[in-house]
Write a protein that binds this ligand. Structure first.
Ligand code: DGL
Length: 286
């Protein structure tokens, strides 16, 4: 990748020549194909928007990597999307959002939103939320990004995060309804149940696929919050505020780029997206 400021400057010039900016695509990235849960929510809510998606399948998972490595990868992912002249960027990956502080985004020439703020706001939209559980990758939990964001917005919360590293591979294997997945999930949920949580934040791209299983395992009064839908809503607000909504009603397109291609990824993409992903292109990050 080029050094941060050089590449950002180059892309600023490219982005500004686009006319009108509102018709440019949205850039969305994740460590792999899990971020397609966010793409799905964005396309449901904003059907006129074009989306360029980047999944860094060659280097996943991000959830077990160090903060420095994740920030480096995220910078390269952003650079790729800026090269596609996107008008805004959504960091669909919870782990990347957790490790890239606002400072990290500040030189980006287009607006950037992540999944943490929308998820936290959705959790706290319920004024009675007091005892919040979080499940996520190890990287996200260890960053304390969710915990801090929650504590900053409401005093006196009981917040408990559990790293659940086995869930992503199980979901990618398609073992959603298997006993082994239920057993592992029960083990991760046990400390959260013991603390009497009233809200469970699903702080990982993949976890929306577990919602039916979780619903059957948790008491009815535990609220499940996933950031895919809330992130799409946040994006809509941001586009409206910036006059960036695509005014054309022709229907948006989706272009998927992955840094490593395989049949498994195509099949996974279909499952996360809930429809065929179309032609998937190979992305080369430089
Ligand atoms: N996309 C990641 C996240 O939301 C999960 C997969 C990974 O560890 O790369 O945290």
């Amino acid at each position: 990748m080029q050094s941060g400021s050089d590449s950002v400057l180059m892309h600023t010039l490219t982005v500004r020549t686009l006319d009108p900016v509102s018709e440019a695509a949205l850039g969305i990235f994740d460590s792999g194909v899990g971020g397609l849960t966010v793409v799905r929510a964005v396309r449901d809510l904003l059907p006129n928007e074009h989306v360029v998606y980047l999944g860094d399948t060659a280097r996943l998972p991000y959830g077990s990597k160090s903060p420095e490595t994740i920030r480096r990868f995220a910078a390269e992912d952003i650079d790729f999307l800026l090269g596609k002249n996107v008008k805004a960027i959504v960091v669909a990956c919870n782990t990347a959002t957790a490790h890239a502080t606002p400072d990290f985004w500040k030189n980006c020439p287009v607006p950037v939103i992540g999944v943490i703020k929308p998820g936290v706001e959705a959790a706290l939209a319920n004024p009675d939320a007091e005892r919040i559980g979080i499940i996520a990758t190890r990287g996200t939990i260890q960053s304390h990004a969710y915990q801090h964001a929650l504590a900053q917005r409401r005093r006196g919360l009981m917040i408990h995060g559990v790293a659940a590293p086995l869930l992503v591979p199980l979901i990618e294997e398609g073992w959603i309804a298997e006993d082994v997945t239920r057993d592992i999930l029960a083990r991760y949920l046990q400390p959260l149940m013991a603390k009497g949580i009233d809200t469970l934040l699903l702080a990982c791209t993949h976890y929306p696929l577990l919602i039916p299983l979780l619903r059957g395992m948790l008491p009815d009064d535990v609220r499940l919050v996933d950031s895919a839908t809330t992130c799409a809503e946040d994006l809509r607000r941001m586009l409206d505020a910036g006059g960036l909504r695509n005014p054309r009603e022709a229907g948006g397109s989706l272009e998927i780029h992955l840094t490593d291609l395989s049949e498994e990824f195509e099949e996974l993409a279909r499952r996360f997206l809930l429809h065929p992903p179309g032609r998937i292109r190979r992305a080369i990050l430089d």
